[in-house]
Design a protein around this ligand. Structure first.
Ligand code: ATP
Ligand code: MG
Length: 569
């Protein structure tokens, strides 16, 4: 491509709403353009990155034996009513009516659509297993679209769904998708990690998230420095605390203390001169089974997913102030386990602790000298807190957990019979009986992968694309376009490179070389070739990798070979 024939507009300024590096750089380099909140156009340069990522995904899916389909983006409400999600999905599902008053939605995910397709086409276990995928636009009316391509409302996803006669077959395909995803992100040139994620009611370790590692990532990954265990924050299990807080050994009875206006852990612990780990945090949750309380040590964070799992209840969410006041009889900040008339689940760490402090369920009062086993009627003890850096690994018992940041770009999940059962999708098994399909689902955020690559690979000048997903692999820059020799050589090189099968962009603009270099760095092409004075004087051409500081001078006759060698790296 010739620069003069494109519409690339690089910008010095990032948009005012851009908080993340990838959002800033993708807009500044002219790859994407915001059309509305969470809705973007891909410009000619940006779509090339998307197409390259899609190409890698397609190859790996096809190699793994998955079948490409294209399901409708506009989906009839009936399918969603059948699965029960028309009611459940909430406001992320954008619903609309056609001219006849019939309801539809914009597809946020396609379990219903694929289950419908399969129940109409597949009759027998002999046709199974089947694995389908598509690469398509999704729409989710996210409450807070942000960070450019990272969390949009309209975004491109590769979604896949597999159908099986039994669990064992589903698990085999799960493993092959795990391998395919690993190859996809490796081929994209990204540093990533597959981590265990929560499986909800499915159980087992059949949910993994693929995280691109980046300091700016929103997700916390906990990984063991000794065994291979790695999980996201929601899921990461905790072992027994190795440093129980120092406690008051003599068994004083509980006492109510006036703590005017002291609500937070910091305020109470400094007022009473105790460590935060000597406090008990009492968190009230709402659920479809009514409110319940979760107790964790004052220096810990409660984990909502674990609370939902241990309680066995659904629709678990933090209570609002009104519920807290109703349940505890006191303002938020003074809740405590003693005298609380709702179910109480306590984190394992609290077992047997004495000399603890908790809210008194009365404004401006706390209770001290609490002996957990003596004074609190705990319904169930369990793992209810977030794991933290330094925790002993629950899996191997000897290693330590390290916390790193990541961006979730892919998710694989064993679904079970949730949709086939709700939508009556049956096949005939080996004994001639009707059975529900066992399903798996597998997603990759294509746009999010593009953004994650930028988060992981950039410097102060701009993007540093991995070769495999760069918009163009090579940029050719004649220093002075008006110089006939330089121009002709640049043109010739451009033709040669393209004929070799390497995609290149020729910066044929008649502007200062400084601007061309700045733009090339911003757009992040992996290889820059400069035709300048050195060519005129010495017949040599400068080659520079975007990810390295130094450039190299190469004889004109060796340039093509040099490019080939370099981009293989
Ligand atoms: P998140 O927790 O980030 O909202 P999710 O669990 O809702 O993600 P899935 O339904 O598993 O995501 O979708 C599969 C993939 O699609 C995700 O791993 C992510 O890469 C991508 N994705 C999901 N939501 C968005 C979004 N709003 N914008 C861009 N990509 C998204
Ligand atoms: Mg989501």
């Amino acid at each position: 491509m010739r620069y003069s024939r494109t519409i690339i507009n690089t910008r010095k300024e990032a948009p005012s709403d851009a908080e993340t590096v990838s959002h800033k750089l993708l807009v500044r380099s002219g790859m994407i353009q915001k059309v509305a909140q969470g809705i973007y156009s891909f410009q000619p340069l940006g779509i090339r990155v998307i197409k390259k990522i899609e190409g890698i995904i397609r190859e790996e899916m096809d190699t793994a034996g998955a079948l490409e389909v294209l399901l409708p983006f506009v989906l009839p409400a009936d399918l969603w009513i059948e699965s029960g999600r028309w009611e459940q999905y909430g406001k992320e599902l954008l619903r609309l009516q056609d001219r006849h008053g019939r309801w539809f939605c914009l597809g946020p995910t396609h379990e219903e659509a694929i289950t419908d397709l399969v129940r109409r086409e597949v009759r027998s276990y002999k046709q199974l297993p089947l694995n389908f995928y598509q690469i398509q636009v999704k729409f989710r009316d996210e409450i807070r679209p942000r960070f450019g391509l990272m969390r949009c409302r309209e975004f491109i996803m590769k979604d896949g769904y597999s159908f099986h006669e039994d669990e064992a077959s589903a698990e085999e395909t799960y493993r092959s998708m795990h391998e395919a995803y690993t190859r996809i992100f490796e081929r994209c040139g990204l540093k990533f990690r597959a981590v265990e994620a929560d499986t909800g009611t499915i159980g087992g370790s059949f949910s993994h998230e693929f995280m691109v590692l980046a300091d700016t990532g929103e997700e916390v990954i906990l990984s063991c420095n000794s065994c291979g265990y790695a999980a996201n924050l929601e899921k990461a299990e905790t072992g027994i605390s190795e440093n129980p807080p120092s406690v008051d050994e003599c068994s004083h009875s509980v006492e109510k203390i006036h703590t005017p206006g002291k609500k937070s852990v910091e305020e109470v612990s400094s007022f009473l001169k105790v460590k935060p780990s000597n406090l008990i945090k009492t968190i009230i949750f709402n659920s479809e089974g009514g409110p319940f309380a979760v107790l964790v040590r004052g220096d810990r964070e409660v984990n909502t997913t674990k609370a939902a799992r241990l309680s066995g209840l659904t629709n678990v969410e933090l209570s609002d102030d009104a519920t807290i006041e109703k349940v505890t009889g006191a303002h938020t900040g003074f809740a405590g386990p003693i005298g609380l008339k709702i179910k109480k689940f306590a984190d394992n760490e609290l077992k047997g602790l004495t000399g603890m402090v908790a809210g008194a369920n009365e404004k401006d009062y706390h209770i001290v000298n609490i002996d957990v086993s003596r004074d609190i009627s705990v319904d169930i003890f369990g793992d209810l807190r977030n794991a933290v850096e330094g925790d002993i690994c629950h899996r191997c018992g000897s290693g330590r957990l390290r916390a790193t940041k990541g961006i979730e770009v892919g998710h694989i999940f064993k679904l079970g019979a949730k949709y086939s059962s709700a939508m009556k999708a049956f096949f005939l098994d080996r004994a001639g009986r009707e059975r529900e399909f066992v399903m798996g689902c597998y997603g990759i955020g294509v746009g999010r992968t593009m953004a994650a690559a930028v988060e992981q690979r950039h410097d102060e000048k701009g993007i540093i694309w991995p070769v495999a997903i760069a918009p163009y692999t090579v940029v050719i820059i004649p220093v002075n376009w008006r110089d006939d020799a330089q121009r002709l050589m640049a043109e010739k090189l451009y033709v040669n490179v393209v004929q070799t099968g390497i995609d290149a962009i020729l910066d044929d603009r008649d502007i200062s070389p400084g601007v061309k270099f700045m733009d090339a760095d911003l757009m992040g092409f992996p290889l820059r070739i400069v035709v300048g004075q050195k060519y005129i004087k010495e017949n040599r051409i400068e080659i520079k990798r975007r990810d390295q500081k130094e450039s190299e001078l190469v004889e004109i006759t060796e340039v093509i070979q040099k490019i080939k060698n370099t981009i293989k790296i």
